[in-house]
Design a binder for this molecule. Sequence first.
Ligand SMILES: O=c1ccn([C@@H]2O[C@H](COP(=O)(O)OP(=O)(O)O)[C@@H](O)[C@H]2O)c(=O)[nH]1
Ligand SMILES: O=C(O)[C@@H](COP(=O)(O)O)O[C@H]1O[C@H](CO)[C@@H](O)[C@H](O)[C@H]1O
Length: 319
Amino acid sequence: MLDEVDRWLERRSWSAVDRPLPRLLAAKRAAGPAGRVSVVLPALNEEATVGDIVAAIRRELMTEETPLVDELVVMDSGSTDRTSAVAAAAGARVVHRDDVLPRLPALPGKGEVLWRSLMVTSGEIVCFVDADLRDFDPAFVSGIVGPLLTEPDLALVKAMYDRAIGNAPVGGGRVTELVARPLINLYWPQLAGFVQPLGGEYAARRSLLERLSFPVGYGVELGLLVDALRTVGLDALGQVDVGVRKHRNQDGPALGRMAAAIYRTAHARLARGPLIRPELTQFERGPDGSFVPRTHPVDTEERPPMRTVPEYAARRHAA
Ligand SMILES: O=c1ccn([C@@H]2O[C@H](COP(=O)(O)OP(=O)(O)O)[C@@H](O)[C@H]2O)c(=O)[nH]1
Ligand SMILES: O=C(O)[C@@H](COP(=O)(O)O)O[C@H]1O[C@H](CO)[C@@H](O)[C@H](O)[C@H]1O
């Protein structure tokens, strides 16, 4: 690793226990409006898990005694199950992607709803948490929000954790290990110190997020991390150890499509090369036992920095 990254690991890598909740609450009070925290859960058909996550955040971080989180929003990404009803019953504000910036028809994808969430939240600190987590611990939120309350020169903090898969305590993060980590080490070695560059739990200042493009699909984590490095520099980025992360693990073909979106996002940020063909063909055995190609589109759209959207600028001016 670069010497710069070794130094960065000394300065910008923490554990959630380094900042106990009373310290964070005091820092939040001292920060005033700049300490307002919005938590956003992107959710596509997460009825099985979203309610417990919402309830845990409300129970531990949204009480009179522990008011760390000011706003909890579940962004419905086009669910066809009871995600919205379950999230609302647990106490979240639920926003459907189609109800945000209706003049821009919603595109499918996680990044799309994360981008739109900036339009419907008001926190100066925005914290993203996946809605498919199992055994969710609210320290995921307080751990990554903490440094943004105590270190004014930080702009984005990622969670780091062991990646469980099935019943095994480690071995998850397959696209991270096979795609993102090699890409980052080859092309953005300053980011090589991030243990979980694709992790879905991260917090950032709105002042940074509103300046970044959002890939509409699964490229959003890599895109935001690479662009944050370019925009604010490595020393404004950090990571916090929050233990173990368990989530619903997708199958290989689904992760292949995710990997293609991540490759596309990386390609778009490398020197402008030849136009790439945004498709991915995978194979499965057909009824007659032969291999059948299945071609899927790879999302290429990126939403512009939110601060360039007139409605957003007007809303911020009015606030
Ligand atoms: O089009 C999408 C795809 C995913 N997600 C959400 O984004 C998070 C991460 O997605 P997923 O679990 O599919 O990714 P993985 O963790 O398996 O990489 C979850 O809360 C999903 O419900 C979403 O809101 N819209
Ligand atoms: O880290 C990874 O390799 C993938 C897949 O994880 P698993 O192999 O299912 O544990 O999960 C992450 O990647 C997505 C793309 O960046 C993020 O959106 C997810 O939040 C994150 O879970």
